[in-house]
Design a protein around this ligand. Structure first.
Ligand code: NAP
Length: 272
């Protein structure tokens, strides 16, 4: 696309951002719909200064990533109720009066990815992890009427998270004893370069008909490879990444996102 004086600027702020797949995903979508918009990566160590600069330069929308998803709340003008509950945003809209509104689309992406294989209402989900993603996904699953059991490495962290969401929790060592409709890995275990790791013993995967990993590099983690062998339905981390981006695109443009264009762009980038 030819960048003109009138081209609207979108982007991602975080540190690091050079590896982000969001520019590829959103630019392919802008181009497919012929929109006069461009999406760039802004490495930013200071969220407050980065926001002030974006406001001053007339940026139209931002994705927010590590380490700013929570601290940036102090510098925005309004927040969506789910993002408020989660205590983190990954999407910012700059309104016409230059006010900044925050949303969280991570939970939307995770719910949509899981819902492709499992109706969530009333289902029991074992959710591994107690970090930022586990929190957003946990709130999202509850919102969809599912029941959540957390399991994570650091006991006081998982306890606090489970208490906040009024959910059960267990030790990682005990997950073999759990049966649930679905299992989600929301830890970084299995991610490149430590690819050959999984928190779930292969022999207990039969306890979970649907297994989703939010790690997307590699696309087929050891967890998903073993889950497939155990006969589970599997969902890769690409689905959550895609659908959180679809929700961002639709919030920024008010148009239906070209989902398959975005999926293909992500797939190509991950395979490369
Ligand atoms: P985070 O806040 O740093 O949380 C990481 C979680 O992983 C923590 O609960 C941590 O446990 C756990 N963990 C890390 N190493 C572990 C190990 N060796 N054994 C057991 N648990 C371990 O990170 P996050 O933002 O939630 O992201 C987690 C992963 O999701 C990353 O790989 C990220 O790339 C991926 N992600 C994917 C998407 C997507 O759209 N597909 C979106 C966001 C994130 P402790 O609390 O005990 O340290």
């Amino acid at each position: 696309m030819l960048i003109k004086g009138s081209t609207e600027i979108y982007g991602i702020i975080g540190n690091p951002v050079a590896h982000s797949l969001s520019p590829i995903m959103h630019n392919s979508a802008f181009e497919a719909l012929g929109l006069n918009k461009v999406y760039v990566a802004f490495p930013a160590t200071n969220a407050e200064k980065a926001l002030a600069a974006c406001r001053a330069l007339g940026v139209h929308g931002l994705s927010v990533t590590i380490p700013h998803k929570e601290t940036i709340l102090a510098h925005i003008d309004s927040i969506d109720p789910m993002a408020q509950k989660i205590g983190a945003v990954n999407t910012l809209l700059f309104n016409e009066d230059n006010k900044i509104h925050g949303l969280n689309t991570d939970w939307i992406g995770a719910n949509k990815a899981l819902a492709e294989k499992l109706e969530l209402q009333g289902k029991r989900i074992l959710l591994l992890g107690a970090g930022g993603s586990a929190k957003a996904i946990g709130f999202g699953l509850l919102e969809a009427g599912a029941r959540v059991i957390f399991a994570s490495r650091t006991e006081n962290k998982v306890k606090v998270l489970a208490e906040t969401l009024k959910c059960d929790w267990t030790h990682l060592a005990d997950i073999e004893t759990i049966q649930a409709d679905g299992l989600i890995n929301a830890t970084s275990v299995g991610m490149s370069p430590i690819e050959n790791a999984s928190l779930v013993p292969a022999e207990s995967l039969g306890n979970f008909p649907v297994v989703m990993d939010i790690v997307y590099a590699p696309l087929e983690t050891r967890l998903l490879r073993e889950a497939k062998s155990a006969g589970c339905e599997v969902i890769t981390g690409l689905s959550m990444l895609l659908y959180q981006g679809v929700a961002q695109f639709e919030a920024w443009t008010g148009q239906d996102a070209p989902v398959e264009v975005m999926r293909t762009a992500l797939m190509k980038a991950i395979n490369e």
